[in-house]
Design a protein around this ligand. Structure first.
Ligand SMILES: C[S@@+](CC[C@H](N)C(=O)[O-])C[C@H]1O[C@@H](n2cnc3c(N)ncnc32)[C@H](O)[C@@H]1O
Length: 273
């Protein structure tokens, strides 16, 4: 998959994708990542890419012409003619970027990410050039670069061969609900195949005791059916405590519901420990 980032701060990305699984995917050519300096598409000697807002008000706005030229220089089809490409504007006003959106974007062959700055981007950029606007959360960043980095990381790790264990992204928080299909060979025992819309369960490694806290005994006894059930219950408990909103769409069995009711669901979430 090819990813392109358009930004006025290309140096922001200099080191960020050198490490870890995504760094290796880029170095190994599984993911092509190119960062484009928006100022290269300015036409005056000051390399101006922003201007004052029509209608008055504070701050500056990124001009449409350099952004249009930058996007068009990549040779992606025009908006409306794109089958395997997407141009995305990072924006606090965008739709929420979720694991589901990341899974969708991981299916395409080219993703162009446009980073805003200042008060934002001339609205015509979104209308004429972008397929969608994405927000990484309900807060305002000073620029789209951090958001673009989040999207690149999240999408890249879903691409085939990027994670060591092909299946491991399915087992995480927000993993797809798919309890019907069997886990792939060699996969560790899990509560269900896929987190089923729950948060992940707690993980432990050695030492068995750390500062007075012991690893839950069930994990050391080798009974995989009991471990599976324990993990499922811990995932339910954690989801109820930290993100009860997810339970409405989670893939819950009758046992899951009974367990949650024992914890006070659907009321009393805040008391769960
Ligand atoms: C200071 S912000 C502009 C905020 C804008 N005036 C608003 O209130 O929505 C500058 C740029 O940061 C990026 N940005 C800020 N918050 C973001 C978020 N939550 N998700 C994605 N991008 C964001 C966008 O590219 C935006 O154009």
């Amino acid at each position: 998959m090819q990813m392109d980032i358009i930004t006025i701060f290309p140096e922001f990305f200099a080191g960020i994708f050198r490490q870890g699984v995504v760094g290796r995917a880029i170095a190994g050519g599984r993911v092509g990542l190119e960062v484009h300096d928006l100022r290269c598409f300015a036409h005056d000697r000051h390399r101006t890419v922003d201007d004052r807002p029509f209608g008055g008000g504070e701050g500056m706005v990124l001009k449409p012409e350099p952004l249009a030229e930058a996007v068009e220089s990549l040779g992606t089809p025009a908006k409306g003619d794109r089958a395997h490409e997407r141009v995305v504007l990072l924006s606090a006003q965008g739709q929420r970027f979720t694991q589901g959106v990341a899974r969708e974007l991981a299916q395409i062959s080219r993703l162009v990410l446009v980073c805003g700055r200042y008060e934002g981007v001339d609205e015509r950029v979104s209308e004429l050039l972008c397929d969608r606007e994405l927000s990484i959360g309900d807060y305002v960043l000073s620029g789209g670069e951090l958001a673009a980095a989040v999207v690149v990381d999240c999408v890249a790790r879903l691409l085939p061969g990027v994670l060591g264990n092909e299946a491991s992204s399915e087992y995480e928080s927000f993993g797809p609900a798919d309890p019907g299909s069997p886990p792939p060979p060699g996969a560790p025992p899990r509560a269900t195949h896929g987190a089923g819309g729950l948060l992940d369960y707690p993980h432990y490694t050695r030492p068995a005791e750390f500062r007075g806290l012991r690893v839950p005994e069930v994990l050391t006894q080798g009974d995989h059916a009991t471990i599976r059930r324990w993990r499922r219950e811990e995932a339910l408990r954690k989801t109820l405590r930290n993100r009860p909103d997810l339970l409405a769409d989670a893939d819950l069995s009758r046992d899951d519901r009974a367990y949650l009711r024992g914890l006070g669901w659907p009321r009393g979430e805040s008391e769960v420990r």
